[in-house]
Ligand binder design. Structure first.
Ligand SMILES: [Ca+2]
Length: 216
């Protein structure tokens, strides 16, 4: 799919917009409406946002798409110096899953965004927010997890959202995403409901975006 301009033919409101446009629309929309995301105003943050805005602008107007790839549940936009991954419906049926195609090198800066809801299983309304779950046992369960090279172990995604992460210079490796639960067998994205206490009413299925500033 690299450089395939046919991917850009979809228009908002048509039955099957191009995947890249879905991304652009949802990415911008989330900047303004998703309470899971915290924003900071530092120079690094600004640099990332400018880079992302520039790449999405090029994508939307169709001037140039340096590289776009898509596999089931994952898509990537890459430009020189920048790579953006979107993972739709991250795995929640196990403690941890490695994403081998998403690789980091020492010195790279990474921004993480995430949101949406997950089926956690059980009786009644059982969907919960992926980043900031609420309801019984949500103090110890139901959080989406992440591990980047250099992290001692899995961390809750909510702890790293909005704070640019830097990969230690002597480390490299792949992305790992995980999930907290005491029964993984009934998890997934089936049987959508409004969630415990209505926390998932009108909320999409879980997603994670990884923005990587490549070292020159
Ligand atoms: Ca469960």
């Amino acid at each position: 799919m690299v450089g395939d301009m046919s991917m850009l033919n979809g228009k908002p409101g048509t039955a099957a917009p191009a995947p890249g446009l879905i991304w652009a629309e949802t990415g911008f929309a989330r900047e303004h409406r998703n309470g899971d995301e915290r924003r900071e105003g530092g120079p690094a943050q600004m640099r990332i946002r400018i880079a992302v805005a520039a790449s999405l602008f090029l994508l939307v107007v169709g001037i140039s798409v340096p590289g776009e790839t898509e596999t089931v549940g994952r898509s990537k936009i890459s430009t020189p110096g920048l790579e953006i991954w979107r993972i739709v419906e991250p795995e929640v049926r196990g403690r941890v899953k490695a994403y081998d195609e998403i690789q980091f090198k020492g010195g790279e800066r990474v921004e993480i965004r995430a949101g949406g809801c997950v089926q956690t299983g059980g009786k009644g309304l059982t969907w919960k927010r992926y980043v900031d779950p609420q309801g019984p046992n949500s103090d110890r369960l139901y959080h989406g997890l992440i591990r980047l090279p250099g992290m001692d172990g899995l961390r809750r995604i909510r702890e790293v959202i909005g704070t640019p992460q830097e990969i230690p210079r002597d480390r490299s490796g792949r992305l790992e995403l995980g999930y907290e639960d005491d029964d993984y067998s009934d998890n997934g994205y089936w049987g959508k409901d409004d969630g415990t206490g209505g926390q998932c009413r009108g909320v999409e299925n879980a997603w994670v975006e990884i923005v990587i500033i490549r070292q020159k």
